[in-house]
Design a protein around this ligand. Structure first.
Ligand SMILES: *Cc1c(COP(=O)(O)O)cnc(C)c1O
Length: 225
């Protein structure tokens, strides 16, 4: 299938899922993960209905942004090294991978010096796989309270990567657990936290993620294969 067909198929599927679940079309944002895509493919996608692109690596994101003159929305979805923060901070609409206090400190410091506020999602290691980054679920609430006073970071939601398994039930349980955490944080009405984005689901599991409450999905290979 072509890129354009892939996009159409995913959009139709997302629309259908959202109608099934919510009884109406709800905005579920598709982040096109372009880490394996060329600039031509990104441009083609942007002209065919996706406007937001996610990159895992800081260097790749910056390179593609320079090569592509069109104004697109860029998200950093991969783990962020503290020493790269200064390069990326004013180039992205959203960072999906805030997962430790040292990173929060650096983002806050650099954002302050540029007089900007940087929207971030807290990445949670919901599958508890040691290979994955993200803050352990048990530490999430403490981390959230520790972020008070980081006035140049706007926590806008949570991000998770599903477990690396074909077991649908296990995947579903992880996403369900994330939604519970998300709702719990909302119920706490914490002043410095704005929970509006739940970023979970990739090419192989975005339908499960949407069924469990994701309102942002990150789809790479199903678009750019
Ligand atoms: C690569 C990547 C994706 C997209 O994965 P696909 O399986 O290609 O859809 C989503 N999120 C993160 C954090 C990634 O690194």
């Amino acid at each position: 299938m072509s890129l354009v067909e892939n996009i159409k198929k995913i959009k139709d599927r997302v629309e259908k899922l959202s109608l099934n679940i919510y009884g109406k079309s709800k905005e579920i944002k598709i982040v096109a993960v372009s880490k394996y895509a060329s600039t031509e493919e990104i441009l083609c996608a942007s002209r065919n209905g996706v406007s937001t692109f996610g990159e895992s690596r800081v260097q790749d994101l910056i390179k593609k942004q320079i090569e592509i003159e069109d104004k697109l929305e860029w998200h950093l979805i991969g783990s962020l090294q503290t020493n790269k923060v200064k390069d990326i901070i004013d180039k992205v609409e959203l960072i999906h991978s805030l997962d430790r206090l040292s990173l929060a400190k650096e983002i806050n410091k650099r954002a302050k010096s540029k007089n900007i506020i940087v929207p971030c999602l807290i990445q949670v290691n919901i599958s508890e796989e040691s290979s994955k980054s993200g803050i352990p679920k048990e530490e999430l609430m403490d981390f959230i309270y520790e972020l008070e006073g980081y006035n140049h970071i706007k926590v806008s939601g949570l991000m998770a990567i599903g477990p690396n398994t074909k077991d649908v039930k296990e995947i579903r349980n992880c996403f369900r657990e994330m939604k519970m955490q998300y709702d719990y944080i909302i119920s706490k009405e914490i002043e410095h936290i704005e929970m509006k984005i739940l970023s979970m689901g990739m090419s192989n599991d975005y339908d499960i993620a949407i069924e469990e409450g994701a309102n942002m999905i990150r789809v790479g290979s199903a678009i750019f294969k």
